[in-house]
Design a protein around this ligand. Structure first.
Ligand SMILES: Cc1cc2nc3c(=O)[nH]c(=O)nc-3n(C[C@H](O)[C@H](O)[C@H](O)COP(=O)(O)O)c2cc1C
Length: 171
């Protein structure tokens, strides 16, 4: 069991991912958040995204109780925040500039893009829950900063192989 667990983690580590901070608020209204890569878009009509969160996470508990979350896509320059928000610290938001989404979830000003969501469905999946959120609002300025990437256990950045070769779906 341990062997497949380690091999599974190593295999999935080859899937280079953008890094986000999933934010929400707890029952006292305080901001909560964690670093995540298990996040993706689900549907365009209606707009849905999913975030897959471990049961032991404080942010998971806060999403369950508040019923809202936001996806904050990190720029490469925010590597320190990715480390901070992957810890269990109670003080993750110190000096982090925030605004508030329509849902009431905190939004990180440093993010490349936000999706502010209300939980529409929660799916139990092993030791995680897949939260599917209805996107209430988005913010994605066309800025030049590149994304933070996670690949084989390390953070990095990415440059387009060919900027003229963009996906024509316009995403
Ligand atoms: C690069 C990276 C990606 C992560 N992705 C996820 C994820 O998608 N889902 C998850 O539950 N935990 C993920 N984690 C682990 C959480 O960030 C970590 O458990 C965190 O301490 C949870 O904080 P909390 O208990 O305050 O919510 C990731 C950690 C790192 C470093």
């Amino acid at each position: 069991m341990t062997a497949i667990r380690d091999d599974f983690k190593r295999a999935m580590g080859h899937l280079a991912s953008g890094v986000v901070i999933v934010t929400t608020r707890d029952s006292a209204g305080e901001p909560r958040g964690m670093t995540a890569t298990a996040v993706c878009s689900v549907s365009l009509e209606p707009p849905l995204v999913m975030a897959c969160m471990g049961h032991e996470s404080a942010t998971h508990r806060a999403v369950e109780s508040s019923g809202v979350f936001a996806i904050n896509v990190l720029p490469a320059a925010a590597r320190e925040l990715a480390g901070r928000f992957s810890s269990r610290s109670d003080d993750k938001f110190a000096d982090v500039r925030l605004t508030k989404g329509e849902s009431g979830a905190p939004l990180l000003a440093v993010a490349l893009a936000h999706c502010d969501c209300r939980v529409e469905q929660s799916v139990a999946a092993g030791d995680h829950t897949i939260f599917i959120g209805r996107v209430l609002s988005v913010h994605a300025p066309d800025e030049p900063n590149g994304p933070l990437i996670y690949f084989r256990g390390a953070y990095g950045s990415v440059a387009p192989v060919d900027a003229d070769d963009r996906d024509r779906r316009g995403t």
